[in-house]
Design a protein around this ligand. Structure first.
Ligand code: URA
Length: 237
């Protein structure tokens, strides 16, 4: 970021006043006056002072939902240059990061924020926040399989807590079945491994809800800001 913009957006001066103050030598970067308004600074590592007082960045809190397409890694960077979810929220402040993760092939609702407290609350296992998935599996799991899923099954990382599982529809040719599944844990590849434990592979997986928040008809690959009401509802979970 440029020094002038930093000063102007930190709330202590207008853009014009920021420039004037910099030219007058009233602004220091790491203890040295810098007379160049366009001087590049790193807000994370540089100490900026105005008339001897530290200037703190005014960080806007950002809360977004993305409809993640399959084929994107949930990570902030990838050394191998593979598609990552950050590519889909380009243009937003770099301070945002995904809250939790979806597998490479999983689609749907992924939250982003730069509010560490919000992310912590949502991810903490003790909060048991419900996540709702639409799941397409191969074949037609019988009632016994569904009951097992509801009670909890054993996957490599341990026994899963009871889940809510609803059979929605069987494809006409009987090759696949669609379910809605609600879980509150976040074990690695949990939904896929749960169905595997009862003998069915997941063909497609889409997260459609976190708590009361719903993905709705947000197009794939698009994001939108959460409304204040949605943010409050998630905070209160
Ligand atoms: N369960 C999975 O198996 N994958 C996900 O991405 C999320 C939940």
């Amino acid at each position: 970021m440029r020094l002038e913009k930093f000063i102007a957006t930190s709330g202590i001066a207008s853009r014009r006043a920021a420039k004037r103050n910099i030219l007058a030598g009233l602004v220091t970067v790491n203890g040295e006056p810098v007379f160049v308004p366009g001087h590049p600074i790193n807000v994370e590592t540089d100490t900026i002072e105005f008339e001897g007082k530290r200037v703190e960045p005014l960080t806007e809190r950002i809360y977004l939902m993305l409809n993640k397409p399959a084929g994107y890694l949930t990570t902030r960077s990838d050394e191998r240059g593979r598609p990552i979810v950050m590519n889909l929220v380009a243009g937003l402040p770099e301070s945002i990061y995904p809250v939790g993760r979806l597998d490479l092939e999983t689609e749907g609702l992924l939250l982003f924020t730069n509010d560490g407290d919000f992310a912590y609350r949502l991810l903490h296992p003790s909060h048991e926040i419900e996540k709702t998935y639409l799941v397409w599996v191969a074949g037609v799991p019988d009632d016994n399989a569904v009951q097992q899923l509801c009670q909890g099954v054993t996957i490599p990382s341990g026994k899963t807590a009871p889940a809510k599982v609803k059979r929605l529809k069987v494809s006409r040719d009987g090759a696949s079945t669609q379910f809605e599944m609600v879980i509150h844990e976040g074990k690695k590849r949990q939904v896929r491994l749960m169905f595997k434990a009862v003998g069915h592979s997941v063909i497609r997986l889409r997260r459609v809800g976190i708590g009361n928040l719903r993905l709705g008809n947000l197009p794939q690959g698009q994001y939108r800001r959460l409304t204040p009401r949605e943010i409050t509802a998630l905070m209160e979970l």
